[in-house]
Design a binder for this molecule. Sequence first.
Ligand code: ZN
Length: 337
Amino acid sequence: MKKHSYLFRLTVFTFVASILIFAAKVSALPISEDSPAVDAGMAGADYFVETEDQLVNESLSQAGVFFSRPRLVKLLSNSKKVVLTFDDGPHPKTTPKVLEILRKRNIKAIFFVLGLQAEKYPELLKQIHAEGHEIGNHSYNHKNLAQLSEEQLKLQIEKTNSIIEKITGQKPEFLRPPYGAMNKQVIRAAMNEKMNILLWTIDPKDWQSKNEASIMRNLDKQLGLNGNLRGGAVLLHDIYPATVRALDPFLDKLATNDYQIASIHSLDSNSMNYWASTSPELLKNSFFRRHFDPEISGHSLLVNLIGVPHKQEVSSMALLRASKSGDLLIYLAKNSR
Ligand code: ZN
């Protein structure tokens, strides 16, 4: 039997390898998970796709406040503002170090604490509060809130609120559901507690790598620190030594680039009426549409392979939908020049 030519085999190999790498890329879509405990990947994307749509309708009718990813992108990406958030603590070894770094620079952040941790380390929680940082609710023990019964969900949110309030004297205003996983029940529970939901746009994946060089690389990339600067809500975890080690260099870099560390309250004075004042039409057509950024989307390889133009308006939502329905390749082929 005639052997295939070297070129032919190389082509086939490259093709197969591309598909495999592509599959791996897609399964690690941009929808960052915020902790290692539960399986990430498409599960996260599913929550995102379904809930952001549900939430538009839900929230429009109830005029709640929801700092979704698209909204945070809208508020922050064209600015040099960064909102710093630290999840999963407090932790006796690392949280004090984070606090010290922030104190030295007079920077305020939001700490999304777990009720369980707050209960264990009340003095630490008191200290976070006393040093002027905002404390948010990140559930009691990091359960996926979208998978709980109404009763369990209520417990996760209300129990944590009351633990925090008992220790600091202040009820948290913000809820960040673990993994960003939500459904209507979660939204309703937050609304019942008069809480705002706050997600994030920049995820350096400190929970995954636990390595400061990798954290820095991801931050550089996602904030465009080596070129096109953009702002964002940064997801960090005050429970990893690597995050502590990356924090000073990161803040130095932000300072060098004239970034501002912003409070979530300062971003948008109309925030309370946002949903009510924005028509569904506008939300569907422009709010969820943003420029497809191969870096942020995690599709950089795909972009190189298929050649989706950088500036073309391909929404990340559409990409997620297409990948979910299995039509991603067709979608990209259609949208590439
Ligand atoms: Zn978390």
